[in-house]
Ligand binder design. Structure first.
Ligand code: ZN
Ligand code: ZN
Length: 202
């Protein structure tokens, strides 16, 4: 895979800046799809569990995972486990088959030693770092053989709690006049209101 690959270009468009962590997520997602022998999720066929949290290095990883697997924030089939680790578990919801793809320590270390990260640590936004400094780190991630990037666990069964039924019913808040999904309706002084209005003082 290289920077001309359609999936990489789509990932870049979604993500917004060039960095090595987004492609790392792309490769992890592709490795997981391959291990399970499944296609990218058009609907909610797959669930992605990513072990990253927020406000730490390489969280951009999750955007690559979304792009590659089709498990997205909007569909609600990607979850952050909040462990601060660069690991993806992909689950095929119908069969319950899952695979855990852990980024190798050497790969993280190599990223952290890249010129790109040196600038990021000084507070330079990723989009302001010269492409020439980022490209080597990106090219490495895109081209490296899968087994050198990741430890890929055995395919094993994982039971996820079933999601709740899709709610299509809505109501209009009697205070702010905005529409909200019915199960989020609250009562306030005998009127049906949305959650933020319910919490507002009179
Ligand atoms: Zn990024
Ligand atoms: Zn309201």
């Amino acid at each position: 895979m290289d920077r001309n690959d359609e999936l990489y270009k789509a990932g870049l468009l979604l993500h917004g800046h060039k960095c090595p962590a987004m492609p790392m997520g792309l490769r992890a997602g592709m490795a997981a799809l391959e291990a399970l022998g499944v296609e990218r999720a058009q609907d909610g066929q797959l669930t992605a569990l990513v072990e990253i949290d927020s406000d730490h290095c390489a969280t951009c990883y999750a955007d690559g995972v979304m792009m590659a697997t089709g498990c997205t924030f909007g569909k609600g089939n990607i979850r952050k486990l909040g462990f601060g680790k660069f690991v993806l578990t992909l689950v095929d919801n119908k069969t319950g088959r899952s695979v855990r793809v852990a980024t190798r320590n050497e790969v993280i270390k190599r990223n952290q030693e890249s010129e790109f990260i040196q600038f990021r640590m000084k507070g330079v936004p990723a989009s302001k770092i010269a492409a020439g400094l980022v490209d080597p780190a990106v090219d490495f991630i895109l081209a490296e053989p899968t087994e050198k990037l990741f430890k890929i666990g055995p395919v094993q069964e994982m039971k996820l709690a079933p999601g709740r039924a899709h709610d299509f019913n809505t109501f209009i808040c009697s205070e702010c006049g905005e529409v909200a999904v019915e199960r989020y309706a609250r009562m306030k002084l005998g009127r049906v209101v949305c959650m933020p209005c319910a919490e507002k003082a009179q």
